[in-house]
Design a protein around this ligand. Structure first.
Ligand code: NAP
Length: 266
């Protein structure tokens, strides 16, 4: 039986890149999206086709759910239960940037509330639901002496520690999100569930499209030791390493996928 992975915000960008890498490994997938059904269908079809080229047969099912909404989170987990009956990997990837980049002296509460709801509350409580189900599955696996090594991965950002004064709401949300991993790692270790944070740097997606020229220039000037944009595939490969259980004695870890952005240099 294939392992099953649920990836939030997998219709586009980094989530799509993660889905494609997991498809190569032969994971069944739930491709969650907010509104872009066509992109989600495309991702699912591309995952199935890519898996076939790797001689794997997978299923990839799309499901619309706004992760900031409690009822949608419940439906997303129920859908995964109904379709696959198991969950081996939750990837908390869905997230949004502020609609307008505004100076912290001017930015309003509406954008702040939106970012906290989608980027923090959504993954925090989706993880709670997934973790409870994983614990049940762990107990069943133990009773039947079958192998089951579930994992949880959260996609945060270098904005968890790098101050951008024109999108403080995003930075505050990502800093808060970074606490999710140590909390759940500490709580779930006794059940054999490892929890990781992946902290991407500047990745080429729709989210960074509007600031492409700015980042082209900064990267060209040496902002990152590895002098290129990151890709969704770069992040996907890090998630794939976790899915393959290549870090079995590590939990609560932050994995930087940022071309070395986090290094202090003199
Ligand atoms: P993106 O290209 O804008 O894609 C966002 C994805 O999230 C889409 O699949 C979107 O679905 C989904 N989504 C948005 N709001 C949602 C909601 N309320 N419920 C469920 N799904 C929702 O963004 P990205 O660049 O791939 O970013 C993915 C994650 O990586 C985010 O958490 C972001 O903060 C983080 N990140 C990005 C970068 C970067 O440089 N790009 C760097 C560091 C961290 P629809 O297609 O239906 O709209």
């Amino acid at each position: 039986m294939n392992q099953a992975a649920l990836i939030t915000g997998a219709s586009r960008g980094i989530g799509r890149g993660i889905a494609l890498e997991l498809a190569k490994l032969g994971c069944d997938l739930v491709v969650n999206y907010a509104s872009n059904v066509q992109a989600a269908q495309q991702t699912a079809a591309d995952c199935i086709a890519l898996a076939q080229t790797c001689r794997k047969k997978i299923r990839a099912e799309i499901f619309q759910a706004d992760i900031s909404k409690s009822s949608d989170r419940e439906k997303l987990i129920e859908f995964t239960k109904a379709e696959f009956g198991r969950l081996d990997l939750l990837v908390n990837n869905a997230g949004v940037a502020p609609e307008v980049r505004a100076d912290i002296l001017e930015a309003g509460e509406e954008s702040f509330d939106r970012l906290i709801a989608i980027n923090v509350k959504g993954p925090y409580f989706l993880t709670q639901l997934a973790a409870k189900w994983m614990i049940e599955q762990c107990a069943h696996a133990q009773a039947s002496a079958t192998e089951y090594r579930p994992k949880i991965v959260t996609i945060s950002s270098v904005s968890a520690y790098a101050a951008s004064t024109n999108r403080g709401d995003y930075c505050v949300a990502k800093a808060a999100l970074s606490m999710l991993t140590p909390l759940y790692a500490a709580r779930l270790a006794e059940h054999g569930i490892n929890v990781y944070e992946i902290r991407p740097g500047i990745i080429a997606t729709d989210m960074t499209g509007p600031v492409k020229e700015k980042y082209d220039k900064l990267i060209g000037e040496g902002l990152t030791p590895i002098k290129r944009w990151g890709t969704p595939e770069d992040v996907g490969k890090a998630v794939a390493a976790i899915a393959e259980d290549l870090l079995p004695f590590s939990t609560g870890e932050v994995i930087n996928v940022d071309g070395g952005f986090h290094l202090r240099r003199l």
